[in-house]
Design a protein around this ligand. Sequence first.
Ligand code: ZN
Length: 233
Amino acid sequence: MSKLTHPEVHMVHRIGWLRAAVLGANDGLVSTASLVVGVAAAGSGRPEILIAGLAGLVAGAMSMAAGEYVSVSSQTDAEQADIARETRELKEMPAAELDELTGIYVARGLDDGLARQVAIQLTETDALGAHARDELGISETVTAHPIQAALVSAATFAVGAVIPLIIAALVPVAQITLVVAITTLVALSVLGGLGASVGGAGVVKGAVRVTFWGALAMAATAAVGMIFGVNVG
Ligand SMILES: [Zn+2]
C-alpha cells in the first residue's frame, strides 16, 4: 500500500484555530479596554483602574475557558455516543452496515462494483474508522480536545486583554481614557482585518465592523463611568 511521501498540512485545519484565536483576542481587548475606560472615566486612580482591569482579564479568561470547555466537551460527548452506537450496530448488523457504507461511496460517485469493493476492503481494515469518517464525519484530525480548546481560548483572551492594561500602567492617569481608546481601536482594526482575511472575507469591511462595535462598547462604558464618577465623586 503506497504511503504519502510527505505529510500535507492543509490551511483548513489552521484556519479554525486562527479564527478562534482572533475572536478570543478581540473579546479580551474590547471587554478589558471598556472596563479600563469606564473606571478611568469615573475619575479613579491608577491602582483602582489596574485592579479593575486585571480582575476583568482573569474573570473574562476564566469564563471563556469554562464556556469553551463545556461546549467542546458536549461536542465530544455527542461524538463518543455516536461512536458507541456505531460500534454496536457494526456488531449487531454487519451486513446492513456494509450496504450503508457501499451506499455512501456510490453517492460519492463510485460505481456499484467499485463501491462495494472499497467498502469491503475498508471494513476489513478498520470498519469503525471507515464508518466514523465517512458516515459520521468524525476523524481524529478534526476532533476537538476540551482542555486544549479551553486553554487556547483563555490565553487568546488574556493576550487581547493585556494590551489596555499595559497602556493603563504606562501613560499619565489623565490620558488613560484617550490613549487606551485609541490604541484599542487600532488593535481592533488590525485584528478585525486579520480575522476577515483568514475567513476569506473583505479586510476593510472586517476591520470597520470590529472597530465600530469596539468603539460603541468603550463609549458606553465611558458614559457609565462619567455618570457614576460625577454622582460618587
Ligand atoms: Zn454505519
